[in-house]
Design a protein around this ligand. Structure first.
Ligand code: GLN
Length: 233
């Protein structure tokens, strides 16, 4: 879905990003190991966030570029102007709201717990995690929740794929991660089971640098249009 031929389509309307026929670049920061929101197939980036970002870039007549990096570096990259916005299945939370501005929420999610299916009988409620080895992705809301679990031994990985491998090979007991990517990892893998319903709902939004009101306004207007035309919920 990323437009690799940005000069190809002349824009008659909505030419905010058009300077002498050259499209301005809009750079999205993300961590592309988070199917179905952002993931890679070969060199192509796919997923819900990629499609939304592409739709925003199209509305602004800008060329979308994607910068893939560790999740826990995204907001620093944004504040250092290395990316224009972040779209990474990022949940709105009070600590992040002090660092960046969020767009409207566009997706509801929650943290889930992935375990080995063989252990399922031991996981009847959230206290089952106490004292366990828990893997997370560094810097996520799942990481925050794991840090609160009594006597847990928390390992923070850069990629969820590493956390899931650690679960599969027995070096951790559980992974706390977002429900949809958890289901993606567990799909077709009989050895894994996903537990939902233990944690509160979170809302995903895109993040924009504080003070970049111009881009914030443009992206919010694009969201308004996408909500009106059904591209976004
Ligand atoms: N929604 C979670 C968070 O905001 C995880 C996002 C992610 O890992 N891409 O921390």
């Amino acid at each position: 879905p990323v437009d690799d031929n940005p000069e190809g389509n002349g824009a008659a309307v909505g030419n905010e990003g058009d300077v002498d026929g050259e499209k301005l670049v809009l750079t999205m920061g993300t961590e592309a190991g988070f199917e179905p929101f952002e993931y890679k197939e070969g060199d192509n980036y796919l997923g819900i966030d990629i499609e939304l970002a592409q739709a925003i870039a199209d509305k602004l007549n800008m060329e979308l570029q994607i910068s893939d990096m560790a999740f826990d570096t995204l907001l620093d990259a944004l504040n250092a102007d290395m990316v224009d916005f972040v779209a990474a299945g990022m949940s709105i939370d009070p600590e992040r709201e002090q660092q960046v501005d969020f767009t409207v929420p566009y997706f509801n999610a929650s943290q889930a717990v992935v375990i080995r299916a063989a252990d399922a009988a031991n996981y009847t409620d959230v206290t089952a995690l106490e004292g366990k080895k828990i893997a997370v992705q560094a810097g996520t809301t799942g990481n925050d929740l794991a840090d609160l679990v009594k006597d847990a031994d928390v390992s923070a990985f850069t990629a969820y794929s590493e956390a899931i491998s650690a679960l599969e090979n027995g070096s951790v007991d559980a992974v706390i991660m977002d429900n949809f990517p958890a289901s993606s990892f567990a799909a077709g893998n009989e050895a894994l089971q996903v537990i939902t319903g233990w944690y509160e709902e979170e809302q995903y939004a895109m993040a924009i640098k504080k003070g970049n009101t111009e881009l914030h306004d443009m992206v919010m207007a694009a969201f308004d249009e996408m909500i009106a035309d059904g591209t976004a919920a």
